[in-house]
Write a protein that binds this ligand. Structure first.
Ligand code: TRP
Length: 324
């Protein structure tokens, strides 16, 4: 029997290169070796966007299209929607009974977002319980491995603690999962901050040449390199971070930049070309997938049915363990 993988993303719309290199590429690589479940975490989207739910559903479609564009194959992996598998809420409820509040209040993502997100009131049960719902997502599928970006490690650790607590009370029922971090280099946003849709600094999957040109022109470079022959500092330069990913001769570029033998304009032009070559097939695939809404609907419906089966089998075991 193949080992299992589960991962998810909140449906926030179009995916960018941060998603691709931070997680999605990893998801694609796991498909042959593992039984993979990939979930649109639309209930998780609700924890912060409860006041405006108008985009959540469309975003799930857009995100699923991007997953397929990136190489997730519905014939291999289960693509599904969390809110269509009611067992997530059932297990969440049970786990919430045994998760100490202290764990949740201490969670770094909780503390950080409470201070960062100023335009919504996040003092609600759902937001505090976010990691518990995430634990339910993972445990329902008895996932051995959870491929995630670094920002999710604290949630994974909490899932492991909740699993141990559950198994300690009710017997060895749930599988303790392991996080799997992506190896690839971090892609910064065009302004050198973390790439994030809400920062307006993203290069999207399947971006066209005009978009690529605009984004590369915007990229933050070494402020001390003013003239083309000034010696540059590639560390911290966004264009160089992209070279590290897309240019196999990035080490030569690093030397040239430091020696002042290449200017930022030429360096940017080259990365534009490399991005264009990388994006072209993705853009074509994305357009074809988006066009066929019926296909996407079918993929999600069939995936959700398979997810329900797995989830229901786990809930039977969980209820038995609780003597219900
Ligand atoms: N919290 C994850 C994120 O924001 C999304 C997510 C929800 C998830 N449930 C999951 C990731 C289960 C991994 C496993 O990216």
């Amino acid at each position: 029997m193949k080992k299992k993988v589960l991962s998810g993303m909140r449906p926030t719309g179009r995916l960018h290169l941060g998603h691709y290199f931070g997680a999605l590429k990893n998801w694609v690589e796991l498909q042959d070796e593992y039984e993979c479940y990939y979930m649109s975490a639309d209930w998780h989207a609700l924890t912060t966007d409860y006041a405006d739910t108008s985009k959540i559903n469309d975003n799930t479609f857009e995100m699923a299209a991007d997953w397929i564009t990136a190489g997730i194959e519905p014939e291999k992996s289960v693509i599904f929607k969390q809110s269509e598998v009611p067992q997530h809420s059932e297990l969440f409820l049970i786990l919430s009974m045994l998760t100490p509040l202290g764990w949740l209040y201490r969670c770094p993502t909780y503390k950080e977002q409470l201070t960062e997100i100023k335009n919504k009131d996040l003092h609600n049960i759902g937001f505090l319980g976010y990691p518990v719902l995430q634990a339910a997502d993972i445990l329902l599928y008895m996932a051995d491995i959870v491929p995630v970006g670094e920002d999710q490690l604290a949630h994974l650790e909490m899932t492991r603690e909740i699993t141990r607590r559950f198994n300690n009370f009710y017997g060895n029922v749930l599988t303790e999962p392991q996080a799997k971090l992506t190896k690839s280099a971090r892609v910064p946003g065009t302004d050198a901050r973390k790439m994030s849709k809400s920062y307006g600094n993203s290069v999207f999957l399947g971006e066209d040449d005009d978009g690529i040109k605009k984004k590369v022109q915007e990229m933050y470079t070494d402020p001390l390199k003013i003239k083309k022959n000034d010696a540059g500092h590639p560390d911290g330069c966004v264009v160089f971070a992209f070279h590290k990913i897309f240019n196999k001769d990035f080490e030569a570029r690093e030397r040239e930049c430091k020696a002042g033998s290449i200017g930022c304009v030429a360096c940017k032009k080259q990365i534009m070309e490399m991005l264009s070559v990388f994006m072209k097939p993705l853009a074509e695939k994305r357009a074809a997938v988006i066009r066929d809404k019926a296909y996407l609907e079918r993929v999600i419906k069939e995936g959700t049915e398979r997810a329900r089966e797995a989830a229901s089998s786990t809930m039977t075991k969980v209820k038995k363990a609780l003597k219900f």
